[in-house]
Design a protein around this ligand. Structure first.
Ligand SMILES: Nc1ncnc2c1ncn2[C@@H]1O[C@H](COP(=O)(O)OP(=O)(O)OP(=O)(O)O)[C@@H](O)[C@H]1O
Ligand SMILES: [Mg+2]
Length: 392
């Protein structure tokens, strides 16, 4: 008999029941911890039930706080429960449609108007949209997800334009907007003209706390993993860790998926805390590796200097020590060292990227100094990542 190309004994899952459930694109039927946001958003949209134009809404919250999930959940419910509603929800992801043109292109398409994806004058695109919409018979709710980049580019021109259209539309038509962003000060960044005419109701999405993350993970485990194959402590562990560092549900779910995969690869019949720990470590490593790869040379050399100092057990090296070590490495690389001032600035950048933790040491031998308390990974691992990039 010929040897099988694939060893099928590896194809059986012991723990995973439904892989889909552990993916980012999966949106469950209920969203633990977001009851209030769902309630408030539904209340605002409920104006559609009495054929009134709903207020504009802005969703604000850090990554993984359920903004996209809530907007999709609620609009889906409206479509299901009120199929005859005189309303249309149009969802646009602005991280894909990063220009006003691209967004208008999609709005046109949603009204079955086909225009070229580029090359038309903006005003022509707008007029086509206005014509098509004016001859329709539904209230429009335009959802602009991840709107930050779009606003950065056009200062809110598109929001202004859509908003102003309401002044010219007949009574039975209206355009409401749901704008979703990562940055708290997003509304303040709109140009003054847009800001004074656009006043959405604000919905805040705070980072998830530990009990909320636990409920989110529990739901995924119940739906995606086989009964009795996971330790509750593993979920508690992930919830606690993620609550501490970010409150990002996406990250928590990623770690759970990774833990399940690690357990499967070990051919273990139970997902335990140890698997969760390994998953956390490997997700961290992956993220740090990605970040380090984007760093310019001098940033990497500074990282190397810190790594070497910490490896030699120099606890909490200060800016001065780091600078000395960095200079040696820069010279070894044949590049002119940057100034102390610049290196100090780079340390702040590295901190903002979560690669190092900086602390002020008050009243030490040399007065107040900035010291590195620790790095995102143990020095040994960090060194390996840097070595992979040719930095040694
Ligand atoms: N309350 C929740 N219950 C269950 N799953 C959730 C919940 N909140 C978020 N998730 C899941 O976590 C992941 C991230 O959520 P979502 O995409 O809604 O975050 P976001 O706030 O839109 O983040 P970003 O700002 O990065 O776009 C998704 O897979 C989503 O299904
Ligand atoms: Mg989102």
């Amino acid at each position: 008999m010929e040897e099988a190309f694939i060893d099928t004994s590896y194809m059986r899952y012991y723990i995973i029941k439904d892989k889909r459930v552990l993916r980012d694109s999966y949106i469950p039927d209920s969203l633990p911890g977001r009851e209030e946001q769902i309630f408030r958003f539904s209340q605002i949209m409920a104006d559609l039930l009495s054929d009134q134009p709903p207020n504009d809404v802005s969703f604000v919250g850090k990554p993984g706080t359920g903004k996209t999930a809530v907007v999709k959940h609620v609009t889906k419910k409206f479509k299901e429960e009120y199929p005859k509603l005189r309303a249309k929800f149009v969802y646009v992801n602005c991280s894909q449609a990063t220009t006003a043109y691209r967004v208008l292109y999609q709005l046109n398409r949603s009204l079955q108007v086909l225009v070229p994806p580029s090359g038309y004058p903006f005003d022509v695109l707008r007029d086509k949209f206005v014509d098509a919409y004016s001859s329709s018979n539904v209230r429009l709710v335009v959802i602009l997800d991840e709107v930050d980049l779009l606003v950065k580019r056009d200062g809110g021109r598109l929001i202004y334009m859509l908003n102003r259209l309401n002044y010219d539309l007949p009574q039975n038509l209206s355009i409401s907007m749901v704008v979703i962003s990562n940055t708290i000060d997003f509304l303040e960044r709109l140009d003054p003209r847009t800001r004074s005419s656009f006043e959405p109701d604000r919905l805040i999405f705070p980072p998830y706390n530990q009990p909320q993350l636990y409920r989110i993970l529990r739901q995924r485990a119940d739906l995606g993993l086989k009964l009795g194959t996971w330790e509750d402590e593993a979920l508690q562990f992930i919830a606690a860790k993620v609550a501490q560092e970010s409150g990002d549900a996406r990250r928590a779910i990623d770690i759970l998926r990774m833990a399940a995969e690690i357990a499967e690869n070990e051919r273990s019949d139970r997902l335990t805390v140890r698997h969760a720990e390994m998953a956390l470590q490997s997700v961290n490593e992956e993220e740090v590796a990605i970040t380090i790869r984007t760093l310019p040379l001098h940033h990497r050399l500074i990282m190397l200097a810190i790594t070497d100092l910490l490896e030699k057990r120099e606890a909490r090296p200060g800016t001065g020590r780091i600078y000395e070590e960095y200079k040696k490495r820069a010279n070894r690389y044949g590049v002119t060292p940057l100034t102390m001032r610049r290196v100090s600035g780079i340390l702040r950048e590295l901190e903002a990227q979560g690669l190092v933790e900086i602390q002020m040491d008050y009243g030490g031998a040399r007065g107040n100094t900035k010291v590195v308390r620790r790095m995102a990974l143990p020095p040994k691992l960090m060194k390996e990542l840097l070595r992979n990039l040719g930095i040694r």
